[in-house]
Write a protein that binds this ligand. Structure first.
Ligand code: ZN
Length: 310
């Protein structure tokens, strides 16, 4: 059974890029109708890769047409030009697509795509779930709780939950300013566990759709324990560039480790001597984001996102 995935109606919106590149196409998939409506987006940041879109597909394959009592709109590939080069931002304008909402119909590529999402994307929508998180260089395991969106965020089987207001010029922030209920999810990413990560996101999406009554609650995945509340986020970054070698692998994402735990090392880029160590700074250090693979890093690169229980 392919579920409603095979029944999605796809609408394409040409996004002007440059005179040399012509246009890129933003594809919005839709199923059902009426109220309530949910918009699910993935890949606003290109380096977050195809994992979110893959999870959307997995979810849609589990839902049958008769199960849907509302409207589902999905954008599995929100920033194709950025994903093509595996970067956060599209090379043509270098704008963070999640900081230009509500966009501009006559702006550059990222602004035009944001404009389509802010208009066509949010039309008839009550709930917005924006999938970010793990991508080509990191794995994540947390959700953001935004004002009014706690129940939506609790649908996801994440290890940690962080209270944070959405930036006003992000998709979630703009949607919230219009009265929509929003959640941002930071789960999964490239590792040996990438399939399980996508399955967790798909589970969360389905549970969220059931919670708000768009999908029949018979289809709801089993209840889950709530994530552990942590206070804000801190980023660990290397003081100078070099070769990053992890000590903790992807199996440690979403765990608490004691103070002093060695997380990874930076090696000199030419001699490979150890030049820096990353260690857990808190009595109970929550690992929200880590890099599971050896990488060349520039000074200041995001290497770990950590927190501690509230
Ligand atoms: Zn992102």
């Amino acid at each position: 059974m392919a579920g409603v995935f095979d029944k999605m109606r796809w609408r394409g919106f040409p996004i002007g890029v440059t005179s040399a590149f012509g246009t890129s196409e933003l594809l919005l998939g839709e199923f059902g109708g009426g109220e309530p409506g949910m918009l699910i987006t993935a890949g606003l940041h290109g380096d977050e890769g195809p994992w979110g879109g893959w999870a959307i597909r997995k979810m849609l394959e589990r839902v049958e047409a008769d199960d849907v009592h509302g409207f589902i709109r999905v954008v599995p590939m929100t920033n194709p030009l950025a994903m093509q080069v595996d970067k956060r931002n599209a090379p043509v304008d270098q704008l963070d697509m999640n900081r230009v909402f509500p966009g501009n119909a006559r702006g550059s590529y990222s602004e035009r795509a944001a404009h389509v999402l802010a208009t066509e994307g949010l039309q008839g929508i009550d709930y917005v779930i924006d999938l970010h998180g793990g991508g080509s260089w990191c794995v994540n395991d947390f959700v953001f709780e935004m004002e009014g969106g706690r129940e939506l965020s609790l649908a996801f089987p994440a290890s940690f939950i962080v209270k944070r207001e959405a930036d006003a010029d992000s998709l979630a922030g703009y949607a919230k300013s219009l009265g929509r209920t929003v959640a941002a999810v930071e789960l999964g990413g490239r590792s040996q566990f990438e399939g399980a990560g996508a399955d967790k996101i798909a589970d969360g999406l389905l549970r969220a759709l059931c919670k708000v009554g768009i999908v029949d609650e018979r289809k709801a995945p089993p209840p889950i324990d709530p994530p552990l509340a942590v206070s804000g986020t801190d980023v660990l970054r290397p003081g100078s560039g070099g070769i990053f070698v992890p000590v903790l692998d992807a199996s440690h994402i979403g765990t608490l480790v004691p103070k002093g735990t060695l997380l990874g090392r930076m090696l000199h880029p030419a001699t490979f001597a150890v030049i820096e160590e990353f260690r857990a700074p808190f009595e109970q250090t929550a690992l929200l984001l880590l890099r599971p693979f050896v990488a060349q890093l520039e000074a200041g690169a995001m290497t770990y996102v950590i927190s501690q229980p509230v």
